[in-house]
Design a protein around this ligand. Structure first.
Ligand SMILES: NC(=O)c1ccc[n+]([C@@H]2O[C@H](COP(=O)([O-])OP(=O)(O)OC[C@H]3O[C@@H](n4cnc5c(N)ncnc54)[C@H](OP(=O)(O)O)[C@@H]3O)[C@@H](O)[C@H]2O)c1
Length: 268
């Protein structure tokens, strides 16, 4: 019998996961059980055959696998509510909330069957990177099931939970830095009298091409930089400004701030 997959919270990330498992993963919509505080978020899936329920506990009770996809700030209340759901300890719990630890959920729901995953928004188009915490308490079959759910919308990396809060700044919050970088290049074009907005697509292609060259070209980032930077040329002048303003230092500071917030959410 196929597993019923429940989602509590049907926002951006739940939609990305649902998109992957129902297309690439081949999970029928009839195996999905959903609840969001805003019922209109579920409508599109109801039309395709998903079952929409009207409380967190109803979804928990109707699911074999339960994905907790609400904001971290909502977890204390959510866990209190779910602790009252029937047979909650027999469910495979998947949490995607930044900073909420396996121990916090295990203690609240009295279960060891919890997998913590950190997805990112490129999952929405099947190009995500999901970082999954390894687990000694979840059965290999259940763990592989969770891996397959996230592989349906991109790449999966498995790490130890001790690294999880730090990796948020690397693969999960980081699409925002890339979007900021792209916007800054477009704004820089506008500042020089070009039409930065209409150049957005070309800039995106440049970023995709550069990333693919880096992945496939067999060279380090430093080697790729030196291939673009000829002595006394234009790039050298631009890179001089980035070095003077300490781009690496700025990134380090931003990423440490990200980790500090994840630690706060974890209660450290
Ligand atoms: N966005 C990212 O890039 C990203 C990356 C990695 C991990 N995450 C994690 O993914 C989780 C979800 O993020 P998201 O961006 O998908 O958030 P989102 O778009 O705000 O979706 C969450 C949805 O859950 C609803 N909700 C909140 N509490 C609920 C409850 N008790 N029962 C049912 N529905 C409830 C929210 O309604 P209201 O708006 O009314 O509260 C909202 O519709 C977060 O924990 C976040 O840390 C996000």
């Amino acid at each position: 019998m196929s597993k019923k997959i429940g989602f509590i919270g049907v926002g951006n990330m739940a939609s990305a996961i649902i998109g992957g498992i129902t297309s690439v993963g081949g999970v029928p919509f009839s195996d999905l059980v959903l609840y969001d505080r805003l019922p209109e978020k579920c409508e599109i899936y109801a039309n395709q055959g998903a079952r929409i329920l009207s409380s967190e506990c109803e979804v928990a009770e109707a699911s074999d696998v339960l994905v907790l996809a609400v904001k971290p700030q909502g977890f204390p209340e959510l866990l209190k509510t779910l602790a009252g759901a029937k047979e909650i300890a027999n469910k495979l719990i998947v949490t995607i909330a930044a900073g909420i630890t396996v121990d916090t959920i295990s203690a609240a729901l009295k279960t060891s069957s919890v997998v913590r995953v950190l997805p990112n928004t490129p999952m929405l188009i099947g190009k995500g990177v999901s970082v999954i915490c390894s687990s000694e308490t979840v059965s290999p079959e259940d763990f592989d099931f969770v891996v397959s759910m996230f592989k349906a919308s991109g790449e999966v990396v498995i790490i130890d939970e001790t690294e999880m809060n730090r990796i948020i700044s690397v693969t999960s919050s980081s699409p925002a830095y890339v979007f900021a970088f792209i916007k800054a290049i477009c704004d820089g074009a506008t500042a020089q009298g070009l039409d930065g907005e209409s150049l957005l697509s070309a800039v995106c292609d440049m970023v995709i091409g550069s990333a693919m060259l880096l992945k496939q070209g067999g060279k380090t980032p430093a080697e790729q930089i030196s291939m673009v930077t000829s002595k006394g040329g234009t790039t050298e002048r631009a890179m001089g400004v980035l070095q003077e303003r300490d781009l690496t230092g700025i990134m380090e500071e931003a990423m440490k701030a990200c980790t500090a917030r994840a630690d706060e959410l974890s209660g450290h």
